[in-house]
Design a binder for this molecule. Structure first.
Ligand code: DAH
Length: 341
């Protein structure tokens, strides 16, 4: 190989090093001019081509073209990197700072209660999960170990969609009656351990009165790991309610039955606010240790994994928190009511 061709490689490397070292667009332009400008080093070497013996020209031409193409590609890449860098903020941004302009209006009291509960669970390492409001019987009932003749599945309690009539068994569509359906969706989509909460809207064929409405909101919680106990469940629920409603709240776990937990409990709640509403205890949640059958249904080994689950009614909690005695007030959009929160 001629010394001419051999000199191209080092010169190209020199150019590439200068391009990478350019700290801004003007330094990059200097590097470009130094090698590919009309008085540049690379251009100078191209001009020497004419003096080469004829048989060396093809090889030299090829090496020069390759070198030039590489330098041009490096220039383009560095240019786009530097442009991106120039567009980025010079100092780190704090995305948690409040906006400059005050937002109009405020969140609905149910949204405020939900946000606060989610924040408290986040402190414990829970993440928010979501699922569809139009569910099928499998996720809402069957996978949760709820037998086909359970009264909750009755058309008097559950809203089935029109397409429900034609669909095959346990694929019938319905409006979910609880957020527990999302437990199944989460566990089917990931291996254990699990730590999720699921705020969401649910539907039941209730007539509206002071404590019932055909649609309301729940927060589901699900915790799956090794050696999880009822003690973890109690400790978690107590922590969340003290954070949300104050140190002096009292909780009571009463044995109950749910098909998807064993043992199952209902949680009663007491505080000064509850007593102000004329009651000693108010039932606020269902919960329990996840039933082995449910673990089997989602493909978790019940010999290895244990867990607890619960479901709260958000309206109930907001009613306690704000001392509201009629659930319907939440849905009437009366500005005089909403302005108080
Ligand atoms: N799904 C129940 C309801 O809507 C509440 C509930 C009870 C949820 C026990 C749970 C649970 O996760 O373990 O009344």
């Amino acid at each position: 190989m001629s010394t001419f061709v051999e000199s191209i490689g080092p010169l190209k490397d020199e150019a590439l090093a200068a391009i990478v070292a350019a700290a801004d667009l003007s330094q990059l332009e200097q590097a470009r001019a130094a090698f590919l400008g009309s008085h540049g080093k690379f251009v100078a070497i191209m001009k020497q081509m004419g003096t080469l013996p004829k048989e060396e020209k093809p090889l030299a031409g090829k090496a020069i073209n390759q070198g030039k193409a590489e330098i041009e590609a490096a220039l383009a890449q560095r240019k786009s990197d530097l442009e991106l860098k120039a567009a980025l903020p010079k100092e780190p941004l704090d995305f948690t700072l409040p906006g400059r302009r005050r937002t109009l209006g405020k969140n609905h009291p149910l949204t405020q209660a939900t946000d606060d509960i989610v924040k408290i669970f986040r402190k414990l390492g829970f993440v928010v999960a979501d699922g569809p409001e139009i569910e099928d019987e499998y996720h809402c009932f069957d996978a949760l170990n709820t037998p086909a003749d359970h009264p909750a599945r009755d058309t008097q309690d559950t809203f089935y969609t029109q397409s429900a009539n034609g669909a095959g068994n346990n694929q019938r569509l319905l409006l979910r009656t609880h957020t527990s359906s999302v437990q199944i969706r989460v566990m089917k989509s990931q291996p254990p351990p699990v730590r999720v909460i699921v705020p969401g809207r649910v539907y039941r064929r209730d007539n509206a009165d002071a404590t019932h409405n055909p649609t309301f909101q729940q927060i589901e919680g699900l915790y799956v790991d090794k050696n999880v106990t009822v003690g973890d469940l109690k400790g978690t629920v107590a922590f969340v309610f003290r954070e949300l409603l104050g140190e002096e709240v009292k909780l009571r776990f009463r044995p109950h039955y749910f098909s998807y937990t064993e043992p199952s409990f209902e949680i009663d709640f007491s505080s000064a606010l509850v007593r102000k509403m004329g009651k000693d205890w108010l039932e606020i949640a269902g919960c329990g240790m996840v039933h082995p059958k449910v673990f089997e249904n989602v493909g978790y080994d019940p010999e290895v994994w244990t867990g607890w689950a619960f479901g709260f009614g958000i309206e109930r909690i907001a009613m306690i928190r704000y001392g509201i005695n009629d659930i319907r007030l939440f849905y009437e959009n009366d500005a005089r009511f909403l302005a108080q929160f």
